[in-house]
Design a protein around this ligand. Structure first.
Ligand SMILES: Nc1ncnc2c1ncn2[C@@H]1O[C@H](COP(=O)(O)OP(=O)(O)OP(=O)(O)O)[C@@H](O)[C@H]1O
Length: 264
């Protein structure tokens, strides 16, 4: 069974400011929702709140009918995977050990055949097989980001069902090849039944990935549309950029080309 996430009249206030203002939405299994919007729009706040890690000031978030704030942290870790904007890995773990952390919420041993297979698959997906035994403290920014993504893929896939995957700016630091590889992996996960929501700054990439695009500004949802229906005039207004720039960005993302890593 896949996960339906529903949000009703969500409000978050912090430090006297309204960070999210009466948001309602519903995310279906198999969908990829991309959250776009300027710096400070509330994207990370929304993802943290949807993950159940930041209690809302008002409103409800339900994961398959259960209120997310009623679930314990271990139960939340089984039902949803959250990739945060990353900090450095401070301890001297090997890459494979960091990736194996995704198994813990599901009680699967990294030494079991199933655990080993999940780790190997995620390492291969993020082009990290050759890095498995390297220290995770000695990686470039993009390599480190790929390690965190691989850990999240393990956590998602180790569950009994493909559940909810929340990603906060997952392409940060990734080169073009690895951005495209990530897009391919996410599309495959959605096809396998995952419910995915990701914040992205890159609008052309967002349009290629999303089945649905949410445009957030100052805590308010201004658009919730398939990417091809996103209005360039609204994008220009929200980002305070020239309309021709907005049209160019959206045009780049509306290429009908499939994702290709290298010429076949
Ligand atoms: N602990 C806090 N207390 C009060 N305000 C906060 C707190 N954390 C963040 N904010 C404010 O909340 C707003 C939304 O922040 P958030 O991190 O959700 O934005 P974002 O859309 O993810 O931005 P970015 O694109 O820069 O990552 C910002 O104006 C920020 O300054």
């Amino acid at each position: 069974m896949a996960m339906i996430l529903s949000v009703e009249n969500l409000c978050v206030t912090r430090g006297g400011g309204t960070l999210l203002d009466r948001l309602s939405l519903s995310l279906e299994p198999g969908s990829i929702t991309v959250l776009a919007g300027p710096n400070g729009a509330g994207k990370s706040t929304l993802l943290e709140t949807l993950a159940g890690d930041l209690p809302p000031t008002a409103g409800q978030i339900r994961l398959d009918g259960q209120r997310i704030t009623d679930l314990s942290l271990p139960r939340r870790a089984e039902l949803r995977t959250m990739l945060r904007q990353q900090s450095l890995i401070a301890f001297d773990f090997a890459v494979t050990e960091v990736v194996a952390m995704g198994l813990h919420p599901h009680g699967i041993s990294a030494d079991s055949p199933h655990g080993r297979a999940l780790i190997a698959e995620a390492l291969a997906d993020m082009d990290l097989s050759a890095f498995a035994d390297r220290s995770a403290t000695r990686l470039s920014g993009g390599e480190g980001q790929r390690v965190h993504i691989a850990r999240s893929l393990v956590q998602l896939r180790a569950g009994e069902q493909r559940s909810l995957l929340l990603l906060d700016e997952p392409t940060t630091g990734l080169d073009y090849r690895h951005q495209l590889a990530l897009l391919q992996v996410l599309k495959a996960e959605a096809q396998a039944g995952a419910t995915i929501i990701a914040s992205l700054h890159d609008l052309p990439l967002a349009c290629r990935l999303a089945t649905r695009l949410l445009l957030l500004a100052r805590g308010t949802l201004l658009a919730d549309v398939p990417p091809e229906q996103l209005d360039p005039a609204l994008v220009a207004d929200v980002y305070a950029i020239d309309p021709a720039e907005a049209a160019l960005l959206l045009g780049l993302g509306r290429s009908p080309l499939p994702l290709r890593l290298a010429a076949e």
